[in-house]
Design a protein around this ligand. Structure first.
Ligand code: PAF
Length: 271
């Protein structure tokens, strides 16, 4: 595995599968990397904690950065490149395009974290410009992010195939996230409620076809602070209509001051 800080001509001459990360690697990332390795391209993992997508300095400062552990994990996985750029390489001389994530970028996760998705799209766009990958893989846990990245690739007519990596869960149902490292054991236990709620919404909605009110859950699960709970059309990320067939439920909650997101997808038979 080559550890690089800058992109060279060899890389630009190769077919790269890029797996962008902010480090603190867990089995969710590992499953994306395993997907990537199956493609027969050169596999590159990037680790860059992108300041532009954090709307709070404290969140940026406390984001876990176990870089030595990450390097060991990736060495064992035998990937081709680990790209660990400096901020001034990614955002050189402020001469870079700031991507506007549009209306959807200001809703749901974007509503609670102003500027977050502009920051995500801006860095992903920079990575795409610098590396010119053939394929890039992103996890479905961050469903809104994934949707916006696919939209950006479409709008910019990039010839980059975006592969969606499935969400990996602990046995408890808790979706793996680097932020779980910031939770105590009891916080992690509470965090399993996210998936419990999502499964309940899915069941209720399928059985009764009525949107479950946010307030019901807020009072039913007083141990966690729900930020939003939304049922959307999976294809368009807009409000579902009578005709919607595929759905996604988005949920964000704060536990011990740590913001967690999760989602579940489902289809309505006979819709
Ligand atoms: O999902 C993440 O880890 C980040 O948002 C990403 C896509 C690496 C951009 O910084």
């Amino acid at each position: 595995m080559k550890i690089i800080k800058e992109i060279n001509q060899d890389i630009l001459n190769s077919d790269i599968c890029l797996i962008p990360t902010m480090g603190a690697l867990h089995n969710g990332h590992l499953s994306l990397i395993e997907e990537g390795k199956k493609l027969g391209l050169l596999t590159m993992v990037s680790i860059f904690v992108n300041e532009k997508q954090f709307n709070e300095e404290e969140d940026f400062n406390s984001y876990p950065r176990p870089i030595e552990d990450d390097i060991k994990i990736l060495q064992d996985l035998n990937i081709d490149y680990l790209f660990i750029p400096e901020s001034n390489y990614i955002y050189s001389k402020n001469d870079f395009e700031i991507i506007d994530s549009g209306v959807l970028g200001k809703q749901y996760e974007g509503s609670s974290r102003p500027g977050h998705f502009d920051g995500v799209l801006t860095v992903v766009n920079r990575l795409f410009e610098l590396i010119k990958p053939k394929v890039a893989i992103f996890g479905k846990k961050d469903a809104q992010q994934l949707f916006l990245i696919k939209e950006m690739v479409f709008k910019k007519r990039y010839e980059i195939e975006i592969i969606e990596g499935k969400t990996i869960r602990e046995r408890s149902g808790l979706a793996l996230s680097s932020r779980n490292l910031l939770l105590t054991d009891s916080g992690k236990e509470k965090a399993t409620l996210l998936y419990t709620i999502l499964k309940e919404v899915k069941k209720e909605f399928r059985d009764r076809r009525e949107l479950y009110a946010f307030e019901v859950f807020s009072s039913k699960y007083p141990n966690i602070v729900i930020d939003y709970l939304e049922i959307l059309n999976l294809e368009t990320f807009s409000k579902p209509t009578e005709k919607t067939y595929e759905y996604i439920v988005l949920l964000a909650a704060t536990i011990e001051g740590v913001r967690l997101v999760d989602n579940i997808e489902f289809k309505l038979e006979g819709a």
